[in-house]
Design a protein around this ligand. Structure first.
Ligand SMILES: Nc1ncnc2c1ncn2[C@@H]1O[C@H](COP(=O)(O)OP(=O)(O)O)[C@@H](O)[C@H]1O
Ligand SMILES: [Mg+2]
Length: 256
């Protein structure tokens, strides 16, 4: 397993946002995490990426325990994420947003940067070339010089993914990447995720409300409701699981 959680739990005051969460994500899997609003999905990502410390339980990445690690350290180890509400540096250029991603692996120290040492400048040029290649890959090459905040919404989502890829992850956490996209953009996103999964030999854990996207993309799915795991397994089992149908029933979401 590339990622594993054991008995992971998080409470906020009296509210149990996540309870007894056991996740096992194999290397290079496309894994979906679904559930109604408030189920605890984003909390899982906050725990995995070190933004929030668990109340109980353990997190293992590539066989190593990372519980309680700081976000920067987790990023350097190879876990990158995007956010449910897009978080970009809106006033920076599209290219600069991607360069921020490379920053976590920078070798030159601050004083080499200040003195513009050759090694620093070489690293800068290298990042710029690789940043442009990443933008090419996500279809944003023509927008490299534009302000990130002025991109159309769907492109901002792609830029956020490009920035995550720039950190050189093995595991990519995507929090509702199709939110706000129209059906055409959503299909494009699915193809795009399949492409980067293959090209970068990534493991992807995706939270998504669009069940068609998750069922079509993922070979494993876990279902959360009120912090509890209702079911975990391949899409064909999840689709027919009585507890899952009950949680979604009346919300019309199974049909989407
Ligand atoms: N930082 C926080 N402080 C207090 N409550 C939180 C915090 N983060 C999440 N919650 C609560 O935990 C529950 C799960 O939230 P969340 O993980 O965002 O759900 P989901 O992403 O599945 O919609 C919700 O009731 C939410 O209000
Ligand atoms: Mg959420």
């Amino acid at each position: 397993m590339l990622l594993e959680t054991r008995n992971l739990g998080k409470s906020f005051g009296g509210l149990l946002a996540l309870d007894e969460f056991h996740l096992q994500v194999p290397e290079e899997a496309l894994y979906g995490l679904i559930g109604p609003n408030g189920a605890g999905k984003t909390t899982v990502f906050n725990l995995l990426s070190g933004f929030v410390a668990p109340t109980v339980g353990k997190i293992f990445f590539n066989g190593r325990e990372i519980t309680g690690w700081a976000p920067e350290r987790i990023t350097r180890l190879g876990i990158a994420r995007t956010f449910q509400n897009i978080r970009l540096f809106e006033d920076l250029s599209v290219l600069d947003n991607v360069l921020v991603g490379f920053h976590c692996r920078r070798r030159a120290s601050w004083w080499q940067a200040a003195l513009r040492f050759p090694g620093y400048l070489r690293e800068e040029r290298d990042y710029s070339t690789r940043g442009r290649a990443l933008l090419e890959e996500v279809g944003l090459a023509d927008a490299a010089g534009d302000k990130a905040g002025q991109l159309p919404y769907g492109h901002q989502r792609r830029l956020e993914i490009a920035r995550a890829l720039a950190t050189g992850p093995r595991l990519l956490l995507l929090d509702e990447p199709a939110a706000g996209l129209n059906p055409h953009e959503t299909r494009e996103l699915m193809d795009f995720l399949r492409d980067i999964h293959r090209e970068h030999r990534l493991t992807i854990l995706v939270i998504e409300h669009n069940l068609r996207l998750v069922m079509g993309l993922c070979e494993h799915i876990a279902v959360l409701d009120h912090g509890l795991t209702l079911a975990a397994g391949p899409p064909r089992e999840i689709r027919h699981d009585p507890a899952v149908i009950k949680a979604y029933l009346g919300r019309g979401e199974m049909e989407r």
